[in-house]
Design a protein around this ligand. Structure first.
Ligand code: F0G
Length: 360
């Protein structure tokens, strides 16, 4: 892969970086916030702490412009909507899609309507939708109810849906797999992701396959997805009416990408399993305190999954594993403050009090 793709100084977003793999032409009006080109960080402290003997890398998607992986898909979806002359985009969201849609709509001078489950999205994400200026509608119910309404709202094509049922979203998101192959020199042995609608696991698999077909990589990874135990329709093999989990981003009972995700699992010899909220919180605390990488609870579901696989001896010694950290920890300050292992101590504002407090 040419070095221009890796040059952060000149990076102009995933469409410019990988345009030969995306359906855009010279005239396409690209809407970008220079998303993508995120770091792939090796995390040996975490692997050691869980007793593993493999190489783990985290694709830190929290470092995208709106702090989640959604920006990769949104640059494509909004670019395509703009090319078609659409003036209004809409989405249902557990928070990150709405933040990203709102930002790219602002950039494109479009109107954005977001429909979110009231009281169920993390504070940082709500702040983003409001600050970027989206028409923000909250309603009782969950993500699945909101998506049903958005599908109807967008049925006649006047308003463009930018959820991952929009195929351009998947196209943009597949570029994360390209970046991983570029960084490692080939695909990893295993790729682990948190799963909600299953759009992202579908996108990564598409990316790995296309890169191999184009001769840019030689191997394909095993795709492993993890759902929260209270919101695990793939594991139950049935839709769930009342999904519940502390990882609000993946609080989804009726995944939109059901069929393509099943195909990805089948062809990659992969699987989707579940992890409890307790396991998610443990991984959430570990990765922050041991590696200095702050992710939101949904992302920690992938790490909880890796711990589960390791405990069951299911990760081959010496293998290369990549996990996607889908969103930044700052998205969800309430969970962070509540579940941090450390509390702030109030001290008198003088040196003696500080020395005493730190035991010096
Ligand atoms: N991780 C985070 C941080 C997410 O925000 C999402 C989905 C996922 C994982 C799951 O990805 O749905 O492609 O399987 N968030 C959507 C939203 C539903 O509305 O922001 P998926």
């Amino acid at each position: 892969m040419s070095s221009e793709h890796k040059n952060a100084a000149g990076w102009r977003g995933i469409i410019q970086g990988y345009r030969e793999h995306l359906a855009v032409g010279p005239e396409t009006p690209i809407v970008s916030l220079h998303e993508g080109n995120t770091p792939l960080i090796r995390v040996p402290n975490f692997v050691e702490a869980i007793g593993g003997a493999f190489d783990l890398y985290l694709k830190y998607e929290g470092l995208n412009p709106t702090a989640s992986f959604k920006d990769r898909g949104m640059t494509m979806a909004v670019t395509k909507a703009k090319a078609r002359g659409v003036q209004v985009i809409a989405c249902a969201s557990t928070g990150n899609t709405s933040a990203s849609a709102a930002a790219y709509a602002a950039r494109a001078k479009m109107k954005c309507v977001v429909l979110i489950p009231e009281g169920k999205i993390a504070r940082g994400k709500l702040a983003q939708a409001l600050m970027y200026g989206a028409t923000t509608l909250q309603m009782p119910g969950n993500f699945d109810d909101a998506l049903t309404i958005v599908r109807e709202l967008c049925a006649d094509g006047a308003v463009e849906v930018v959820n991952s049922i929009n195929p351009h979203r998947i196209e943009g998101q597949k570029t994360a797999a390209f970046e991983i192959c570029d960084a490692l020199g080939d695909a990893p042995d295993m790729h682990v992701l948190p799963v909600g609608n299953a759009g992202n696991i579908t996108a990564y698999w598409k990316g790995y396959r296309e890169y191999a077909d184009a001769g840019e990589s030689d191997t394909l990874p095993r795709m492993m997805g993890f759902q929260a135990a209270g919101a695990a329709p793939f594991v139950e093999d049935a839709f769930i009416d009342d999904p519940e989990t502390i990882a609000s981003a993946i609080r989804i009972g009726k995944p939109a990408s059901w069929q393509p995700a099943k195909a990805a699992l089948q062809f990659s010899a992969g699987a989707i399993d579940k992890v409890t909220d307790e396991e998610i919180l443990t991984a959430y605390q570990m990765i922050t305190a041991q590696e200095g990488i702050f992710v939101e609870p949904a992302s920690a579901a992938a790490l909880a999954g890796i711990i589960k696989l390791q405990n069951a001896n299911k990760i081959t010694e010496g293998s290369i594993v990549v996990a996607t950290m889908t969103g930044h920890g700052l998205k969800d300050p309430d969970n962070a403050v509540e579940h941090a292992k450390v509390e702030a101590t109030t001290v008198e504002p003088n040196l003696d009090a500080v020395r005493a407090a730190i035991g010096l």
